[in-house]
Design a protein around this ligand. Structure first.
Ligand SMILES: [Zn+2]
Length: 120
């Protein structure tokens, strides 16, 4: 099962269990989606749609509340259709040459030393 689907199920289970518990927190002892929404910091509509209809919200702030992975928009290259840095040429980016070893980021330097890559 895809991670996103599994996470959505976990979110649904959490909302449904809050809904079951909600009767202990209402004056009339009835279950309440309003209680669930308040506890989660969601709108009532969103809580119901996610729990009952398997609606998968897109907004990052809602996805974070529900512990769902957040979507980002990536622009595919118009020429090759791949997602890569916007460079003048498509394909693998050539590694950058640093004029002095001290200019090299520490993490990159450490990687190069571990992997015995020539420094310049
Ligand atoms: Zn490209």
């Amino acid at each position: 099962m895809a991670l996103a689907t599994r996470r959505l199920q976990l979110a649904q289970n959490h909302l449904k269990s809050l809904y079951r518990e909600s009767s202990q927190h209402t004056k009339d002892g009835k279950r309440s989606w309003h209680y669930v929404a308040r506890e989660m910091g969601l709108s009532v509509g969103t809580a119901i749609r996610v729990a009952r209809d398997s609606y998968e919200p897109k907004a990052p702030h809602i996805r974070r509340i529900l512990n769902l992975p957040v979507y980002v928009t990536l622009i595919a290259c118009a020429k090759c259709g791949q997602v890569h840095r916007l460079l003048k040429k498509c394909g693998d980016r050539k590694s950058r040459n640093y004029a002095h070893i001290a200019d090299m980021p520490v993490a990159l330097l450490a990687w190069k030393m571990r992997n015995r890559e020539e420094m310049l």
